[in-house]
Design a protein around this ligand. Sequence first.
Ligand code: THU
Length: 154
Amino acid sequence: MSENTTIHGLTSTEVKTLGEHAVSAKSLAYCPYSNFRVGCAILCADGSYVLGANIENASYPVTICAERTAFGKAVVDGKRESGGFKAVGVSTDISPPASPCGMCRQFIREFCDLKTPIFMWDSKGEYIVMTLEQLLPMSFGPDQLHKPDPNKGN
Ligand code: THU
């Protein structure tokens, strides 16, 4: 594929780099209970990549998924204000690839445009890509909420 061809607005190099980061992020997973490693990489609008991995807990529901770990890092690193996010990559050790869980789809929805591509890599290095809107149709997001007026304290 030529460098100029884009996949959901990403060059083939960006897709390749996103995949490499998502795959390498799996090595950061703390998953002694499930042994199911998940890596996540976010391509930010400023060209940087933010990585995350799942972090499990002896109290199982306290576990945080790779996607939410990555977005938490990215938001506190100021990436939301510096242009936002271009794409999300997720990697697991299974095939066909796993997709972000429902809670993570909603978490991503808070910070990403509905057209944002989510690339899902499998154990063989193949990926499936879908937009956030395809993964979370008819979603509920920030625009639907009443914005409180700080002057009125409501
Ligand atoms: N997991 C993720 O990190 N992301 C998802 O979207 C699905 C599930 C993690 C949570 C848990 O550590 C392990 O995968 C098994 O559910």
